[in-house]
Design a protein around this ligand. Structure first.
Ligand code: ADP
Ligand code: MG
Length: 407
């Protein structure tokens, strides 16, 4: 794979370079009720590549998506708040196009000067971005590539959106087939760290999984189980495992169609799997919710398990103690709501305290680290890619990476 540094060696001054970044951040309400970036982790992670290109005199065009608009413009998914935050963090002006490949984008792209940056509106406002039909996707990619002047006009493409490389989308995959293409530093670093987890991780190797859906994570459990020493399961997904052990789980999250698979996993690798022994239950998910800690095998009917209990936090901490490699994906409870945040916080602190490499994967887990005020430096690596990091660990091909390997 050619890297960004290879591109800089050739020289980028005066050239229009298209960068696919991952700027898919959660939005909230900012000053004066306007939409604003709630967690800027992914924007920060995208800065190094953009700064390098700008410092070398490139004319930078950035593409990105936000949320899941339905292939047409939708103001709630506009990248405008992201453009503001990006400008603040870069400490330079950011031009913002009101469309992706329309008149606004073309005018601003043509007007770019050396060392200037243009962010295009959400690529998913165009049906071509995610189209299953190859020709439709390719057609949209051609319009994106044309904004750079094309290969003959000095255009090139840098793939830096690690969080999107598992998608065969126009701005991630097809555009790389149309322009000289290079791997950005973020994608390079993510792949390097994640390869450690699938290659020869230092032992003990402990994986902590949580989050809401078992079905999202079964494939990664199956591929990691043979490699790990311990798999700790918390979050909403632990209830399907508890049900597989024959326990009632009240009104907690439960995926009935996954109970058999969980039972098989417990039978084949039960000695490696650590489940919570106590659970924080409540009737509702609210800041003033009345909570109670119950044994994991005695969740009362009608109540919801919303976090792992203090005893489980201690047991997970003991299992993590001395681990040389840790991968953590998925919060231990509904950490967004204060009464259910302690499990995630406690386990995150235990992960950060381990002496070896600790990797956090998953958008919500990374957001939890920042929202709970944890020290980010305790973690070896906080991945920007949720789905992408899981698919990599499952051993799946990542189209946005494979396309970079072809010349
Ligand atoms: P990530 O983005 O880190 O991969 P997921 O998307 O899988 O994580 O899951 C995150 C979500 O899981 C959070 O919004 C959290 O509120 C939810 N969650 C965690 N534990 C529970 C639970 N016991 N019941 C319901 N939801 C839960
Ligand atoms: Mg998530």
């Amino acid at each position: 794979m050619r890297t960004l540094d290879d591109l800089l060696d050739v020289g980028v001054a005066g050239r229009r370079i298209l960068v696919r970044s991952d700027l898919n951040v959660p939005l909230g309400t900012g000053e004066h009720g306007a939409r604003a970036v709630a967690d800027d982790g992914r924007i920060r992670a995208s800065l190094p590549v953009l700064e390098k290109l700008l410092d070398h005199g490139a004319r930078v065009l950035v593409t990105a998506h936000l949320g899941r608009p339905k292939g047409a413009p939708d103001p709630q998914y506009s990248l405008a708040p992201v453009a503001d935050r990006l400008a603040q963090l870069l400490g330079r002006p950011v031009e913002f196009a009101l469309d992706t490949v329309g008149e606004s984008a073309r005018l601003l792209a043509d007007g770019l000067e050396d060392g200037q940056l243009l962010l295009l509106e959400n690529v998913r406002f165009n049906a071509g971005e995610t189209a299953k039909d190859d020709a439709q996707r390719f057609d949209f990619a051609r319009q994106l590539a044309a904004l750079t002047g094309g290969e003959d006009g000095g255009g090139a493409f840098v793939e830096d959106a690690f969080g999107a490389v598992h998608r065969k989308h126009a701005s991630v995959f097809d555009v790389a087939t149309l322009l000289p293409h290079y791997c950005g530093d973020l994608v390079r670093d993510e792949l390097q760290v994640l390869s450690t987890l699938t290659g020869h991780p230092a032992r003990p190797y402990v994986v902590v999984l949580g989050g809401s859906k078992v079905s999202d994570k079964l494939a990664v459990i199956e591929s990691l189980l043979p490699k790990v020493d311990r798999l700790l399961v918390g979050g909403g997904m632990c209830f399907t495992f508890l049900a597989a052990q024959g326990h009632g789980v009240g009104d907690s999250l439960l995926e009935r169609d996954q109970v058999d698979t969980c039972r098989t996993l417990l039978e084949s690798a039960g000695e490696k799997i650590v489940l919570p022994t106590d659970i924080v239950v409540s009737d509702d998910i609210a800041n003033d919710a009345v909570t109670e800690v119950v044994a994991a095998d005695a969740i009362p009917a009608g109540r919801k398990g919303l976090d792992i209990g203090p005893q489980s936090v201690a047991e997970f901490g003991a299992a993590l103690d001395g681990a040389q490699t840790v991968f953590w994906n998925g919060p231990m409870g509904v950490f967004e709501v204060a009464p259910f945040a302690a499990g995630t916080k406690g386990v995150a602190e235990a992960v950060a305290a381990t002496p070896g490499l600790s990797v956090v994967g998953g958008g919500d887990s990374a957001a939890a680290v920042r929202a709970l005020g944890l020290d980010e430096t305790g973690f070896g690596h906080i991945s920007t890619g949720g789905g992408a990091s899981l698919e990599f660990l499952e051993g799946k091909e990542l189209p946005g990476v494979t396309v970079l390997e072809a010349h």
